[in-house]
Ligand binder design. Sequence first.
Ligand code: GLN
Length: 564
Amino acid sequence: MAKAKKKHKYIFVIGGVMSGVGKGITTASIGAILQAKGFRVNLVKVDPYLNVDAGTMNPTEHGEVFVLKSGLETDQDMGNYERFLNRDLSPEDYMTSGLVYRTVLDKERALEYKGKFVEAIPHVTDEIRRRYMHSAQAAGSDITVVEIGGTVGDYQNVLFIEAARTLHLKNPDDVIFILVSYLPVPHTIGEMKTKPTQNAVRQLNSYGVQPHIIVARGPVSLDEKRKEKLAIWCNVEANRVISAPDIESIYEVPVNFEKDDLSGILLETLKLKTRVKRDGLTVWKKFVESMKSATDEVKIAVIGKYFDTGDFVLSDAYISVIEALKVSAYKIGKKPKLTWVNAKDFEKDTASVSMLSEFDGILVPGGFGETGIEGKLSAIRFAREKKIPYFGLCYGMQLAVVEYARNVVGLTDANTTEINKDTPHPVIDIMPEQKKHMAEGKFGATMRLGVYSCVLKEGTLAYQSYVKSEKLKVNGRASVEERHRHRYEVNPEYIGQLEKAGLVFSGTSPDGVLMEIAELPRKVHPFFLGTQFHPELQARPLSPHPLFTAFLKAAADRHEKGSK
Ligand code: GLN
């Protein structure tokens, strides 16, 4: 077993009791506070399912698919990591069981195991450990924080924990474990219960792993009595049991952790010393302050389709869009009030679209397939005609083009071929290379994915929005780099007609072939803009996205004038 070359430190974050208690935010926050102490940190997400990546998963079940700069389609937690670290992560920072097994099976086929049995232990665990160490090296980081998906006791994540255990065995001073556990307060008892956490630790112990730190999530703070109880029963020092009660905003978590000096505890456990004299979290704290002090509302309707799951409404499918809206609102000193509107509602009752007049801005995010499309088109038409600021992302841009073609150009049957292959006016059509993938049944990782350049037309709304941002590069031509995930595009055959009718393509691929941004001039509409790319994937608390900020400004102007 190879030892880690440079003295990398590893922190493994494992969940106890139940999922969905904020393991991802804990991991992201640990990254932020350690980075603030002057360390280079990379954050790794382990997803124990057999999908090779997150690209083929339904967002209603699994939440948003977050696309990295490289084009890898990953779990939404990677988005949180990038937002908290304020930097791009790489493909090495993500792995699934499927990806790991695929490497092992490919090696087996290539005779790389030299005739041996190939087994879960040690071959799969070796591959996992190699990936842990490789992520640290690829990032050149001092500390790697790995979040192991699922909960202790699951069958699916056992090998990932086992690989971490062996890494600790070889490098006992450089590897620590954190258990993020949940402490319920049942109504009928009215008392915070520690037993499920004790059992989670016992389960972890049975794998040969002893947590160094416990992050105790719960509806309220942990009191001293329970802290001591946990310390004794779970074999952890009392000061290493961290209370993490529910709070209003995820962005406060790093600040809250620091109130308990979590970074100090982590550094002490990892035998490291801080590398900074000043408080590295100052800028983050300023952001949190701006968030808390915003009082003037700006009301945005997000028209989507991935909201229902059984009896519950989930907004996870749009998490980056939501966070992008929030951080841009805080940037202009406004308090975002976001409302989820199910596009299907406008199909049942077409007149109901007028309810949108009470909003300051309307956003149609990305999506696939046919559900809710006509509802989205009505919302876009309403936004255009009533001059309500409109922002369309990917599908939201394509549908804005369809709406314009139908109702302004007069091509009443215009559509995207994603919905109607036989439309007489395919204003949005599949990209030529995508046709081949579809014919061959190759769906995984074949979309147009990741960062591509977009050249901006000077003087346009898009250009004006980007002009003061560091995202704009002027190298002969003004361009920006944005992340993509699509198979369809504006059909080049209709560009002339659309432009003649007043639609402006203010951003294109450098060769001019792909339309990246469509907009209406400011003198016609206060803000009507759609992007083929996903700007939300690069919007971060400390660097909000200029297009979102421009949209929010337009919405705030409408609010001041009094919506309706
Ligand atoms: N379904 C559209 C396409 O594939 C839009 C994709 C998206 O919104 N991410 O082009």
